[in-house]
Each structure stands twice: as C-alpha cells, then as structure tokens.
Design a binder for this molecule. Sequence first.
Ligand SMILES: [Zn+2]
Length: 294
Amino acid sequence: MPRSLLFATALFALSSCSPAPGPKLIAITIDDAPVTKPLSYSDNWERTVVTDSLTGALLRHGAPAMVFAIGSDLQVPELASLVGNWTTAGFTMANHSMSHRSFNTLSREQGVLEMSQAQAVLSRVVAPEGRSRYFRFPFLEEGRTLNDRAFWLSVLDSMALTLAPVTITTDDWRYDNEYAAAEEAEDWDRRYRIGQEYLEHVRSSIRHWDDLGGQLFKRNVSHILLLHANRVNRDYLGHILASLEADGFEFVTLAEALEDELYEEDVTWIGPSGVSILESIKQSRLASGTFSSR
Ligand SMILES: [Zn+2]
C-alpha cells in the first residue's frame, strides 16, 4: 500500500473511533453588578468607567453576557442609575441575592428572603426587557449540605428562577484587590505587573477547567466563565476575550451554554466552599467510582 494511502487509512481509523470534540462554546457572566465594591470609588463617574469599559469590550468581541446584580446595591439611587449602562448596551440583569451573604451561613427563611427580596428590587429598578430570571449564589456557596442545596433549588424552581452555575472560576477578585491597591498608591508599574500576572492566571485557569471538562465528558463542554465587574476586568476583559477567540472559543448566551447536558448531571457532592460545577461532578464521580483522576 502506498505510504499516502496508509496514512489516510490510519487517519480514518483514528477519526472513526474517537468522538468529535464539538465546538468550543463559552458564556460570559459578570457578577456583583453594577460594580463590585461600589463604595471603593470616589464618584459615579469612576463607576461608569468600569461599566462602560466592560460593555465596550463585550460588544467589540460580540460576546453576550449575563450580568448578576446585588439587590441592596440597586436600592442606592446612584448605583441603580448604572443599570442603564448595562441594559442600553443590550445586556440583561439577573439575581445575585439581596445582600451577597453566603448561603452556607443562612437559615432557610433568610435564604428565601435573599432570593425574593432581590427579585422584587430587580423588578422595581430594571425594565422588563433588561431582566432575566437567573440566580447565582454569592461565592457559589449553595448550602452546607446536599439537603440544603436541594431545598434552595426547589425554592428557585418555585420562583421560576434558573440556577446559573459556573465551570471556570478565575480568582479575579483576589487579583483585583492587589490591582486596586496599586492604583490607589499610583504605583503604575506594579499595577501593570499585576495585570499581566492576572491575564496569565486567567489563561491557565481556562486551560485547567477545559482540560477537566474534556476528561469528564470526552468532548468539549459548553463553559460558563465567572468574572466580576471590577477594576482589573475594566482594563483586561478585552484581553481575556481576545485570548479566548485566539484559542478557538465561540461566545454564546448563558441559555445556550446551559443546553449542555453536563448541567443536568446529578451532583452528589458538596464542598465546604463554592467551586466550579466541574469540580462537583468530578468529586461526585470519584465517590461513586465512575471516574479516576489521571
Ligand atoms: Zn458575587
């Protein structure tokens, strides 16, 4: 057999036994809107720079995003006025609880109030076309036990809210703390260095979670990336989106990402703190013996 034919036969055999990896899809989600730590800014103009930089980067890259707002922030008129910066740019806002307390520390009654009060504020402050019926737990903490988690999910269901989990976490809040301190000190060299380290960290986080998704599902999974409406993303979201595009990712809505059946998998493990749903699936499968780490 000629060498070229041998090669073609081998290639066909290889492609016919390994499943197609599928498209690389990712939904962007922005938490703690309108801006993270609003009191750390001296005026609303500085906050506007954050919202407009984020919406600008998303629009430039054609990336839909779901924005999760904290109810108590939307009760402050100055902050509520920033809602329009998101919604007129075409983004919708969803429920990130009333006061951003961990559900691991709340009674069931308190948790229900956190969900319902925030939904009431959203209904009052955000026009219907700017609202979406998704909910994200603060710190991704879904309760101390599986029973608690099941209870919160049933409450969301009764309120016609959909849970928005995350596959890719980035610790952006930690980099943002240092970034903001460097900015406050007007140490621009340091701020630049932190920004570069952040970008590299985000890239390696995306690789890490994408590899785990591939190990668990033997294909590309539809990712949901968690970022915050903070200073470091004000300056680096555009770089992150460009990096994702260069890696072959296609931006989709949160609803489109949630069509992936990974989000239907029964999770039987809950950690002490909030994690990627891929970690919960991995731990659940490890416990049941249906997955082994490489
Ligand atoms: Zn948050």
